[in-house]
Write a protein that binds this ligand. Structure first.
Ligand code: BTN
Length: 326
């Protein structure tokens, strides 16, 4: 552990209580000047630390950042973010960055997080906007041993994990608009972009990118999305720690993913069906191989949408843009 992390950890343990410079220095086996330097740096990085002679230092408030200092100590995962937690103040796209790492051999469990993206990408070539330090933009690197036809399952695993996290951590009722928009009261709160590279033998890697609207005020959404988008802040009526949410998100993702790898996709599918906003509704689909209109009947074992079209024929759609017909 670095001196910075160790200093922070000691201050955190006594959150709000004074910890003397001497105690810090002795416990960490460094000089008091070295401690003072770390405190100065932490203060510059947004930590509210009070100092007083004879008393020492006390931590009053931590910044709402997704840095390793804030996220890693409270990680509840075994793999995700444990070895490679890559934190960037600014990046084009965390998905693109994670794909580059994947191509250069980084292992499963690598997590790429950014405070802001200058070229955040959404599905179907759209842009993904997130105001600086107010959302979560994260990409997870996976190397699953899955046959090609099961790749679509990853999107549903990710969607189920995000929805479960919003419910258990925040008490919000989250639905899934197939394939992978997460909605609260019919408004989008999170989007997922899964991208992969495959070869003859199967999957080389998959990057699951998640964009979650956290402390974004309604007026910060581009005007055209305002009535269709929401955020944790808008739903709870107060801001929420992004670091805590990310920890919870990674933990939920890891357990859903492990369940998938252990052959438990059936349980994930149940969860997705239960939360689906489309099953049982008339839908209009703009799919890769054309438009389909009909009744969304089910999501099948591969994560594909089954639609009974207007001629009564069953159509299986792998991915597409869906509109529920009121
Ligand atoms: C969508 O709803 O269209 C998908 C949005 C996915 C956005 C996330 S933010 C983190 C990751 N990096 C990207 O460039 N995109 C995904």
């Amino acid at each position: 552990m670095s001196l910075r992390a160790a200093t922070l950890s000691m201050l955190r343990q006594g959150m709000g209580d004074w910890v003397s410079g001497e105690t810090l220095a002795e416990s960490l086996n460094v000089s008091r000047t070295a401690i003072w330097k770390q405190i100065k740096k932490l203060q510059e990085d947004g930590y509210s630390i009070e100092s007083a002679s004879k008393k020492g230092y006390r931590l009053l408030e931590v910044p709402d950042v997704l840095s390793p200092d804030e996220v890693c100590p409270g990680l509840q995962t075994e793999v995700f973010g444990r070895v490679h937690y890559i934190y960037l103040e600014e990046v084009g796209s965390t998905n693109t960055y994670a794909r580059e790492l994947a191509a250069s051999g980084y292992p499963e469990g690598t997590v790429v997080v950014a405070e802001s993206q200058t070229a955040g990408r959404g599905r179907r070539g759209r842009a993904w906007h997130a105001p600086l330090s107010e959302g979560i933009c994260v990409s997870l690197l996976l190397r699953p041993k899955l046959p090609l036809k099961e790749i679509s399952r990853i999107s549903l695993v990710t969607a189920a994990a995000v929805a479960q996290m919003l419910e258990t951590q925040l008490g919000l009722t989250a639905s899934i608009k197939w394939p992978n928009d997460i909605q609260i009261r019919g408004k989008k709160i999170a989007g997922i972009l899964t991208e992969g590279v495959t070869d003859m033998d199967g999957v080389e890697y998959i990057v699951a990118g998640i964009g979650l609207n956290v402390n974004i005020r309604a007026e910060q959404f581009p005007e055209e999305f305002r009535d269709r988008a929401t955020s944790v802040l808008a739903e709870l009526g107060r801001p929420y720690s992004r670091g805590k949410l990310l920890q919870s998100l990674l933990a939920h993702f890891e357990s859903s993913y492990q369940l998938l790898l252990a052959g438990g996709f059936g349980d994930i599918l149940k969860e997705v069906r239960k939360r689906s906003t489309v099953i049982g509704h008339e839908v209009h689909l703009d799919a890769v191989n054309g438009f389909v209109t009909g009744l969304a009947v089910d999501i099948d074992d591969n994560g594909f949408l089954v639609v009974r079209d207007d001629s009564g024929a069953m159509q299986t759609v792998m991915s597409g843009e869906i509109e529920v017909i009121p």
